[in-house]
Design a protein around this ligand. Sequence first.
Ligand code: ARG
Length: 562
Amino acid sequence: MDYKDALADVLYGQLKDYMEKSKLKSMIEKPKFEHMGDLAFPCFELAKIYRKAPQTIALEITQKVQLSNEFQNAEAVNGYVNVFLNKREVSSYIIQEVISKKEKYGDVNIGDQEVITIDFSSPNIAKPFSMGHLRSTVIGNAIALISEKCGYKPIRINHLGDWGTQFGKLIVAYKLWGEEQKVKENPIKELLKLYVQFHEEAERNADLNDQGRLWFKKLEEGDEEALELWKWFRDESLEEFSNIYKLLGVSFDSTHGEAFYNDKMDQVVQILEEKKLLKESEGAKVVVIDNDLPPCLIKKKDGTTLYATRDLAAAIYRHDTYQFVQSLYIVGNEQTLHFKQLFEVLQKMGYTWHEGLKHIPFGMMLKDGKKMSTRKGKVVLLEQVLMDAINLAKNNIIDKNPALASKEIVARQVGVGAVIFHDLKNDRLNDIEFSLEDMLRFEGETGPYVQYTHARATSILKKGNYLESNDQLALSDNEAWPIITNLMAFPNVITRAFNDCDPSQMAKYVLDLSKAFNKYYGSVRILDDQEQKQARLSLVYAVQIVLKEGLRLLGIEAPKEM
Ligand code: ARG
């Protein structure tokens, strides 16, 4: 129910000679404090039209207004008309709404099944899955789920970093120092070691870098030995990544990485040439961009391509394949310049769909205030973090709920939930200091706290023998009101989280709902009063449904027991 709309209807009845309904509706606010009511209509603009004091107008409106059922009363305060909802009426309406729609409550069909491609996760082959990639993975996954809830069709794309000069370097390092057996036993660790060694040695011996470039050129030209090694590194890495995706519960519609575009770049270069956009610069080919941005490098002096060249081909391919209305790139804010250049070049190429392209940046995961660097081997291994979280969750269960049947499954859900939520509750753009301790906290504003609240609600329903078909929804507890207003806000939070590409709004929402529920639970003895019991249980059920769905939209599971 859109109460703003209902109030606008009421006000329009009185003010139609002065203002459009849509204008009235847009002026309605939420009062700062609960005791000031649920909705507020400011009279300052009308005061100018009428040439009267705002408070006088507010008084006139409250005296004459014909409130509909869903409203209790209206008060004039400091030039505002403060309106109170009819709590009984609204509570039963909202609870009924949630219970009848279940997990479909909050579905907003603004997308009309149009496609949004979402480029996220996109780790680099032969390197560990970094914390930055974790951020991209969980933010992208949540945005995909939220967009689906909004009626869009998300296409999840893992744009693997599986091409580029670094593979030339890796081939050189492997040929010089690598051992097949060791790589087979521990692929990413071993390949990372080779990569780090390469950079150390290259500081003393610049010739190594030339060899690296040469081997990448061979790779782009289809040299058999180069391709075979490359493919082997890729397969081994993917296997390790797939363990992480399994733990996180994330999957993709496409894993076309950068290499996939190897045979599609000539065409891009040709179009750029035809449109006279390519310029020579110190032997390389670039597209000059008119505003303050530096030129976009398309081909190096030795004829090899770059990250940007592959992204151009990828953007065009995605548009041809999916006819997206939006195309999102969930990538750290250190690549902001890259995406600005990319979008500018596509615009210059004359593609009107460039308007649907959006870089969704996020802050860095820092260690001791500094960026983690793969080259220097300073990384935290994500799989280890996830395993630590799962073990901690398991110890908690053994401690607190030793009789729980499915310990392993629940431990995974809770441990992984903690890690995901820790990331998503922050505003996307903030840098986060990496702290294993924080990630593994299960109390306070954490994922496990929300999961625990959901499990508590589930157990109350069971204990109270809740009957879903009951129609006694008339709840008379005042303490329930903060829960009701939260339940009511769910569809709006979804829309806002989608529009701002900001899952943290959903994370904060499930925290608020959990807090409101736990407060209620602490002050109302839900099962004691036989007359109120079923009505209260229907409130508990509505909370359980919305918490579960809210967590799902963040990519987090909600165990029934924990
Ligand atoms: N593999 C890249 C990195 O780790 C991220 C790729 C993001 N997606 C893209 N289309 N450029 O930095």
